[in-house]
Design a protein around this ligand. Structure first.
Ligand code: C2E
Ligand code: MG
Ligand code: MG
Ligand code: MG
Length: 285
């Protein structure tokens, strides 16, 4: 009995935080080998022009196929990649893959096709010239900067250092466009939309979810769309799941939609096939 109690006491007093920390350490180690071991996959989710239903862009979304755990969410491993510094190699890999594919899609699908990449604040703000490497790659493959959209979040602009401003200018000079991701979840100040020369505003899916005729979220979305347009930005709604949401957004003048209604994020080969089918249909119709 004493032995049993001892065991129980041991597990009872095992600090949960320590277990979590250990778990994070293991996963970080695994992530290191994931990059070399080709366990990372880039999925693409279509961004659709609401007026025509045509796929104009795609967001690149990272997936990790862990050999034991299965698919690990980026919400779980991106923070580990950031704290360990692995985000640098991962981000470069995402860029290289995206560049290769967008080049093909601009050639075969649409000359203005764009791939949208997420840059977390840590990734964006780290010291050094990541974007020089990007610009070199663009030149080498002869792809214009306009092929790439970088998605950043509001927090980055809120306390924008000169480093942030400089990097935004470097992207801008290369023709790379900038989208403000998850708009509506943070401070949602409209002032920096003007200050920073942003191209796209992505309305967060927490807004889209609650859209209904005459609802307050509908009124807010309409106001955001009108203001964005006055400032020269195009609007992309995230998380469009129902035809009703799509129709309300289209009626409000929203330019693009992204969400399960159109398609879930999918492996690149699948997305490539979807685009080829669109080309064939457009040509036939
Ligand atoms: P995000 O940039 O806001 O990406 C949109 C998220 O919404 C994606 O989650 C996407 O799968 C999901 N989504 C799209 N349509 C719908 C819908 O209709 N309904 C619902 N419920 N969800 C939808 P995912 O792929 O799990 O990515 C989560 C976050 O991880 C992203 O949020 C982004 O912040 C981050 N992330 C993903 N890939 C990368 C990457 O390559 N680099 C960096 N730094 N972050 C990434
Ligand atoms: Mg995004
Ligand atoms: Mg988003
Ligand atoms: Mg979001």
């Amino acid at each position: 009995a004493a032995k049993g109690a001892g065991r129980n006491r041991f597990s009872y007093f095992t600090p949960a935080l320590q277990v979590a920390a250990l778990n994070r350490m293991r996963l970080t180690n695994d992530l290191r080998s994931a990059i070399k071991g080709e366990q990372l996959r880039l999925y693409f989710q279509p961004i659709v022009e609401l007026g025509t239903g045509i796929i104009h862009k795609a967001e690149a979304l990272l997936r990790w196929e862990h050999p034991q755990r299965g698919l690990v969410s980026p919400l779980e491993f991106i923070p580990l990649a950031e704290s360990s510094g692995l985000i640098v190699d991962i981000g470069q890999w995402v860029f290289d893959e995206s560049l290769r594919w967008v080049r093909r899609w601009r050639e075969h699908v649409h000359p203005e096709f764009q791939v949208s990449l997420n840059q977390s604040p840590v990734e964006f703000q780290r010291e050094g010239g990541t974007y020089d490497v990007w610009l070199r790659a663009l030149r080498q493959l002869d792809v214009p900067g306009q092929a790439i959209v970088v998605e950043i979040t509001e927090g980055l602009l809120l306390d924008a250092s000169t480093m942030v401003t400089d990097k935004l200018l470097q992207l801008r000079d290369a023709g790379i466009q900038v989208a403000l991701d998850d708009f509506g979840t943070g401070y949602s100040s409209l002032s920096y939309l003007n200050k920073f020369d942003i191209d796209y505003l992505k309305i967060d899916r927490s807004f889209t979810r609650n859209l209904a005729p005459d609802s307050s979220d509908m009124a807010l979305s309409e106001a955001i769309i009108v203001m964005a347009h006055k400032l020269g930005l195009d609007v992309i709604a995230e998380g469009v799941e129902t035809p009703e949401q799509r129709d309300l957004l289209a009626a409000a003048g929203c330019d693009f939609g992204q969400g399960y209604l159109f398609a879930r994020p999918m492996p690149v080969e699948e997305f490539d096939a979807l685009l080829q089918a669109q080309v064939t249909n457009t040509a036939a119709g």
